[in-house]
Design a binder for this molecule. Structure first.
Ligand code: SAH
Length: 215
């Protein structure tokens, strides 16, 4: 299969896994996942699998990226916070559907690589911040939507506090060595409403900025 065929097959696979929102499918179709991978993994970019991106981290499985994006019920007025930039792939998808994306990564080299990639791809509505995303970004809060792409034991209180009334937060919860649940939290006038979206497996949400050795 050549690249065009692989990318067509990719969208068919997402559809067969229940992704149906045309805007989400269009965002996935127009985002080159191979650009977010390195070396031998580029060739496998259009498989529906998580893949390594260095620093012991992974780019998420595309059908899960699509499912989380759908669950956020985005519109063009949204200001979104993503915790866990990783490769930047999820942020790039979000950036096509909303006004502004803030994404926080605790590994400085990953944050830097994502920033460079967004420039190369002419994406100008994403701000990448190096830091501990579990604290949120108080200076940019509140957010219409918040997405965590690393698993927390519980929804972090700082992040819930930075969600607008009527806002939606999607995150994997649970211990890392067991199966986690993807949940959707809606902040309503009567409190928080939780919906379980399915089983997932993500890397853990860790505290603090990583002490990476640079090269
Ligand atoms: N969204 C990414 C996949 C993320 S993997 C993508 O599309 O490629 C999860 C990422 O969360 C990892 O890069 C990890 O370093 C980061 N992470 C974990 N805990 C964090 C925290 N407290 N703050 C910011 N980033 C965190």
């Amino acid at each position: 299969m050549n690249l065009t065929e692989k990318r067509m097959q990719f969208i068919l696979t997402l559809r067969s896994k229940g992704v149906s929102d045309p805007a989400v499918l269009a965002a996935m179709e127009s985002t080159p996942r191979d650009a977010f991978l390195e070396g031998i993994f580029k060739e496998r970019a259009y498989e529906d699998r998580p893949l390594p991106i260095g620093r012991g981290q992974t780019i998420s499985q595309p059908s899960i990226v699509a499912q989380m994006t759908e669950a956020l019920e985005l519109n063009s007025r949204c200001k979104v916070l993503e915790v866990g930039t990783g490769s930047g792939y999820q942020a790039a998808i979000l950036s096509k559907l909303v006004r502004r994306v803030y994404t926080v990564e605790r590994h400085r080299p990953l944050a830097r690589a994502a920033r460079t990639l967004f420039q190369e791809l002419d994406i100008s509505n994403i701000t990448v911040v190096t830091g501990d995303g579990s604290l949120g970004l108080p200076e940019q809060a509140p957010f219409d939507r918040i997405l965590l792409t690393a698993a927390a034991e519980d929804p972090p209180a700082n992040l819930l506090a930075q969600l607008k009334p009527g806002g939606i937060m999607v995150l994997p919860v649970g211990q890392t060595d067991t199966v986690q649940a993807m949940i959707k939290v809606v902040k309503t006038d009567n409190g928080l409403e939780y919906t379980e979206l399915g089983e997932v497996r993500f890397v853990p949400l860790l505290a603090g900025v990583a002490k990476d050795t640079e090269h």
